[in-house]
Design a protein around this ligand. Structure first.
Ligand code: SF4
Length: 361
């Protein structure tokens, strides 16, 4: 008598042998497995990542180019004007400061540079400054530039695409059911609309969210499928690191095992995306950060996040070297291996997608 296949066997057959995506039922069956089976889930996620994406890890840095005083009320965000968080408040940085950060990004071995501003959406004056900065960073550093400027209008998306912005970050933050509990000043559909606008304008879409904001495991799976519908090239995974002064203060964080389970599930549901570990990885995963990269993640934000400090780029390079995972290079003709001495060209297939984000956007 033949034995029924386990949910992990079914998923492996689908993703590796048939090379098709999982159904919601298939993913949910895996989510319901006891956490004791986490090592097997991680092993499958790693296999799927290698099969669909390869071993490379993509690095990106962010600049918080305009901080604080945002009128929106996102409950996790220390940049909302509604909460007393003590976050730095400043207008759009000078071009020199942005260029300096871009050069530091290049020196740190990252190839993507994301300009982030804390606003509901960009006013004309701000948008013009961002477009000037995008042009300058591309010319002076050759970095790929991404932007995260909040809600867009169609003509704004078009202008960013024409300015050479390759990717636009706009996270859905959480699943449709949970979103109204974490933000009331704009809607989930507003966010979906901007994500779609970015794609329609020809930019690659970076779209993810924050895990651990009270969603159930089932809702976490639904969130991954909602993201998959938008076909993002990159999915940033932030792990809630409750910011003092926000409504999330004192909120529980995910356990390291829950976080690893979520990362692995996202890999199975989004097999070909850059899955970027972003904000909260130090706080939630602690010493298990390397496990995140064998549980399906294949991209990191290096350096600081928007409102929280990260660990040093050197530590991340050492981790990748220990794991035998080369650094991918997005821009230009090929991929590169980056070591302590700089970037060394390596023949490779065309670069894939890219980009990220953290505790805001
Ligand atoms: S997440 Fe973005 S839109 Fe929401 S409050 Fe923070 S900066 Fe504003």
């Amino acid at each position: 008598m033949s034995q029924a296949l386990s949910p992990l066997d079914v998923a492996e057959h689908a993703l590796i042998d048939e090379r098709r995506r999982l159904t919601r039922d298939e993913a949910m069956a895996i989510a319901r497995l006891p956490l004791d089976e986490l090592p097997s889930l991680i092993a499958l996620a790693h296999k799927v990542r290698l099969e669909w994406c390869g071993a490379e890890v993509e690095l990106e840095s962010l600049i918080n180019a305009k901080s604080g005083a945002c009128p929106e009320d996102c409950a996790f965000c220390s940049q909302s004007v509604r909460y007393n968080t003590g976050v730095d408040v400043y207008a759009f940085l000078d071009q020199d400061e942005i260029l300096e950060a871009a050069r530091a990004t290049r020196a740190a071995g990252a190839t993507q540079f994301c300009i982030v501003v804390a606003v509901r959406g960009p006013e004309e004056r701000l948008l013009s400054k961002v477009i000037d900065a995008v042009d300058m960073v591309q010319r002076e550093t050759g970095l790929e530039v991404a932007c995260s400027l909040g809600l867009l209008k169609p003509e704004q998306a078009q202008r960013l695409a024409e300015a050479g912005v390759r990717r636009y970050n706009h996270n859905l933050e959480s699943c449709r059911e949970v979103f109204p509990q974490i933000c009331t000043t704009h809607s989930y559909d507003d966010r979906v609309a901007t994500a779609q606008l970015a794609k329609d304008a020809g930019m690659e879409l970076c779209c993810g969210g924050i895990l651990g904001m009270g969603e159930t495991l089932e809702q976490r799976v639904d969130f991954a499928f909602e993201l998959a519908e938008l076909e993002p090239c990159e999915v940033p995974i932030n792990l809630l690191d409750p910011r003092p002064g926000t409504p999330m203060t004192g909120h529980d964080t995910l356990s390291p095992r829950e976080a690893l389970q979520a990362i692995a599930l996202f890999r199975l549901i989004l097999p070909d995306a850059w899955l970027r570990l972003a904000g909260g990885r130090e706080r939630v995963l602690g010493e298990l950060q390397g496990m995140g990269l064998v549980a399906g993640a294949n991209a990191l934000i290096v350096g600081n996040y928007l409102t929280t400090g990260g660990r040093s780029a050197e530590e991340d390079h050492a981790l990748l070297e220990a794991l035998g995972m080369p650094v991918a290079d997005g821009p230009g003709e090929g991929r590169f291996i980056v070591d302590a001495t700089g970037a060394h060209a390596k023949p490779a297939e065309a670069p894939k997608k890219l980009i990220p984000l953290t505790q805001t956007r």
